[in-house]
Design a binder for this molecule. Structure first.
Ligand code: BTN
Length: 329
């Protein structure tokens, strides 16, 4: 009911709608309408009320509420079930918890369906690749995880990370009008500074995937207050780049739409085209680079990325070495 009242208020943002009309359209009492209006106000919606005119919505809070994300969202399954948290340890952890353990509770019908979105204003234990932490302060970015249940073999799951980088790159270009680059394996960068990180995790049995959780972190607010000072020089944010605030809701919607388009195309065998798009935006290829793994640093010429997403490096001694993880600089 609250969401239906919100829809009526949004229908014509400039003018008032009377309480009586809301009651008539939705078939509820004046008291019920008033209570829902109070809840919306508590959530941060600015709603004017005048005894003779009724209610008028004047401002929508900068929050990633499910009803805002789902309003006008053009997807079939991604983001059709939104689990919103103000504060959570990690949206990836939460998505895995809701996905069920090893697929068992899935069979018992207790688990979340493909497309579920977990999103939070803040993460207290945000995780990055290679066991690193991910700084995710309140309201300063998009911290989201999408649950997927593709029926694919394990070997190609890694491709999902590359596809996600393409989807986020397209979404940022569409909403913010800038063209970020992809740094292998899956960071989005702008002028050499990191804007977005992707952490893909999976649960699988010997020959089948139970689920994949695609975790995406996009820095939207200004870098000054977003990032611990010791790493400011490596990180940036969308508002720092564009000089304007970013509609996080719009960007989440666009990411979901692009991700669904890329995912559907991947399932239909479209990976070669997506890989070409990935490569055309990648700033880590055809150059002299250093690849830092957990134990060593290798230097050489970054020749290509294969269909597993592995980086092929021609070492200074002529040997060709394949990397599936690491940091390239
Ligand atoms: C990286 O660049 O190392 C990957 C960072 C991924 C961060 C996102 S934020 C949402 C999701 N939840 C997490 O705990 N991590 C990912």
């Amino acid at each position: 009911m609250k969401n239906r009242i919100l829809e009526l208020l949004k229908f014509d943002r400039e003018s008032y709608i009377s309480g009586e009309e809301i009651c008539r359209i939705l078939g509820v009492s004046r008291t019920a309408v008033w209570k829902h209006i109070q809840v919306l106000r508590d959530e941060g919606y600015k709603i004017l009320s005048m005894p003779s005119k009724g209610y008028c919505l004047t401002a929508i809070p900068d929050r990633l509420y499910p009803e805002e994300i789902m309003s006008g969202l053009l997807t079939k399954s991604l983001g059709r079930d939104v689990r919103y948290f103000e504060i959570v340890d990690s949206t990836n952890n939460k998505a895995k918890e809701l996905a069920g353990f090893k697929g068992l509770s899935h069979e018992a019908g207790l688990t979340a369906a493909e497309g579920m979105l977990v999103i939070a204003e803040e993460q207290t234990g945000g995780r990055g690749r290679l066991g690193r932490s991910w700084h995710a302060p309140y309201g300063k970015g998009i911290w989201m995880s999408v649950l997927l249940r593709p029926q694919v073999c394990l070997e190609i799951v890694y491709q999902m990370t590359m596809i996600t980088a393409v989807a986020v790159m397209r979404a940022v270009r569409e909403v913010c009008g800038i063209a970020p680059e992809i740094k292998w394996p899956n960071d989005l960068q702008y002028e050499g500074k990191k804007l977005c990180g992707i952490l893909t995790e999976m649960s699988a049995e010997a020959d089948r995937v139970n689920y994949i959780v695609v975790g995406i972190g996009i820095n939207t607010a200004s870098a000054g207050d977003l990032i611990p000072p010791q790493i400011t020089h490596q990180m940036t944010s969308l508002s720092e780049i564009t000089g304007k605030p970013v509609s996080r809701v719009k960007l989440v919607q666009e990411v979901l739409q692009e991700l669904e388009a890329c995912y559907d195309s991947w399932l239909a065998g479209g990976f070669p085209e997506l890989l070409e798009e990935w490569k055309s935006h990648c700033n880590s290829l055809n150059r002299q680079v250093a690849v830092k793994t957990l134990h060593e640093v290798y230097t050489g010429w970054s020749m290509d990325v294969n269909s597993d997403g592995a980086l092929l490096l021609k070492l200074d001694n002529g040997e060709i070495k394949k990397f599936v993880s690491g940091d390239v600089s």
